[in-house]
Design a protein around this ligand. Structure first.
Ligand code: FAD
Length: 454
């Protein structure tokens, strides 16, 4: 059996699969465009602040994360979120209101009107819908829970996860577990109760109950430590094209001006869909499916302040902003409240998200003006009087793939493509979920597919 595998991309998806393949006895080589591993997981340290420009945390939805961390020797660096992080705020009428987490708190909250609360109680009596692949998240939520719940809970939640637009995301493709509650149990409330029992049996955790983790030196610790276990990663490579051979594939790339190529019978792509689309010339359908996946731009704005200038308690995860509130940013994570080692004792740090599918147009005009506007809005909402002691930003031009209505057609074609082009495997965050936890789970699935198909 041929055991040489070429992997494209050294993000978490490529690295985790490569690690398991190597452990299984495969010879793995990775080609990566950047000069370091991690992809979206990017951490820097500056002036006593630890800045995560990509994910600030992950949810431990699978035991694979801790197992992997243990095997690669970083389990002792894994940290869990401070309890305060269970409190999440939503902005309504310029006030931060805690999202209720118990039935009692729900009855008392001013976040929802009495009418919306009554409407929620009707949820168990609402019938099932037709195919959720073609139903938007908004349609699903309005039907089951009512408009106000969409506006002040789900809309901000969707922008917190996907930087997405709930009227475009397919409920079944983007939130399969949520949709399953209706499909299998007939409703969200009934399903939450029964689903918890099922998960207990197979030791999986729901996104609501999974613990939030990071690493003492930030999220990039994880991909960096995996990469240390792999001997053959070529950085700073420019992929040119992928050709299909009578047996296997040929990948052309350049490095430092030198033209190179590699032939392989097993090729695993974990690079973003639009990048792979530009490299393939032997399957026009795959090209167009990949190219149709929308990745909106997201700017991450990192701010650090002197604690003495902050005139409110930072007692939560941070807050999300519903579209209806018409602000220039999507929300803010109170980074130094959640995990230790994010800022010095007398400082506090925040990570803000701007743009996404809700407002991609923001980056068409002057970015400095946009940042100024966001900073002013943020200081007002968070009751901060002084100027930031540190301010850094990163614009991800194509940040997160949107599992929009009709996404199932892409997914079906990816399966067909893999059957027709044996040895070519498609992976990465445009398949099976975008969260770090989902990427790790899917990397194991991809590993099994490779082992069982060669
Ligand atoms: C701003 C932001 C915030 C996020 N926040 C969270 C969060 O809080 N929690 C969470 O769970 N998830 C979050 N995510 C999502 C999660 O981080 C990603 O979905 C996940 O890390 C993707 O991993 P991946 O390996 O599939 O893709 P990537 O990390 O994108 O890796 C793909 C790799 O391919 C490389 N590549 C690209 N083009 C080429 C080329 N031409 N040649 C060679 N290599 C190439 C890239 O450099 C990269 O290293 C966030 C994502 C972003 C962008």
């Amino acid at each position: 059996m041929n055991k040489d595998v070429l992997v494209l991309g050294a993000g978490i998806s490529g690295l985790a699969t490569a690690y398991w393949l190597k452990k299984e006895g495969f010879n793995v080589k990775i080609l990566e465009r950047n000069d370091e591993p991690g992809g979206a997981m990017e951490t820097i340290n500056e002036n006593g602040f630890l800045i995560d420009f990509g994910p600030n945390s992950g949810l431990e939805t699978t035991p694979l994360i801790a197992q992997l961390a243990e095997e690669i020797g970083i389990k002792d660096q894994m940290i869990y979120a401070n309890e305060a992080a269970n409190i999440r705020y939503i902005l309504k009428n310029n006030q931060l209101m805690p999202l209720p987490t118990s039935p009692q708190a729900f009855l008392k909250t001013n976040l929802f009107s009495a009418k919306a609360k009554l409407r929620l109680m009707a949820e168990p009596f609402i019938g099932k819908s037709n195919d959720g692949y073609y139903q938007s998240m908004s349609e699903f939520v309005v039907r089951r829970l009512g408009q106000e719940f969409l506006d002040y809970a789900i809309d901000p939640f969707v922008s917190g996860v996907f930087a997405g637009d709930p009227s475009k995301l397919s409920v079944k493709s983007a939130f399969p577990k949520l949709y399953r509650l209706e499909e299998i149990y007939g409703g969200l409330i009934k399903g939450t109760i029964k689903g918890a029992r099922e998960r207990k049996k197979n030791k999986e955790k729901s996104k609501q109950s999974a613990k939030m983790f990071s690493f003492i030196n930030g999220m990039q610790t994880f991909p960096k430590a995996i990469s240390n276990q792999l001997s053959d990663i070529e950085y700073n490579t420019q992929l040119k094209k992928i050709e299909k051979l009578s047996k296997g594939f040929k990948v052309y790339y350049s490095k430092n001006g030198e033209e190179k190529s590699i032939e392989t019978e097993i090729l695993l792509s974990t690079i973003p869909a639009y990048v792979l689309s530009s490299l393939i010339n032997f399957d026009d359908n795959l090209k167009s499916h990949l190219n149709d996946i929308y990745y909106p731009p997201v700017m991450v704005l990192y701010l650090g302040f002197d604690k003495k200038d902050i005139n409110r308690e930072l007692d939560g995860f941070g807050y999300l902003i519903p579209s209806k509130e018409k602000k220039s940013y999507l929300g803010a994570i109170w980074s130094s409240t959640i995990f230790p080692n994010r800022a010095e004792q007398d400082k506090a740090s925040f990570t803000l998200f701007i743009g996404g599918a809700r407002s991609p147009h923001l980056f068409e005009s002057d970015k400095d003006k946009l940042i100024d506007k966001v900073l002013n809005e943020f200081k007002q909402v968070t009751s901060i009087s002084g100027d930031p002691v540190i301010m850094r930003h990163k614009l991800w031009n194509k940040a997160i793939p949107q599992y929009n209505i009709g996404y199932i057609e892409h997914e079906r074609y990816f399966e067909q493509f893999e059957k027709e082009h044996k040895g070519f495997f498609l992976s990465g965050n445009y398949r099976g979920g975008i969260s770090v936890g989902d990427c790790v789970k899917n990397s194991k699935i991809t590993f099994n597919r490779i082992v069982n198909n060669v």
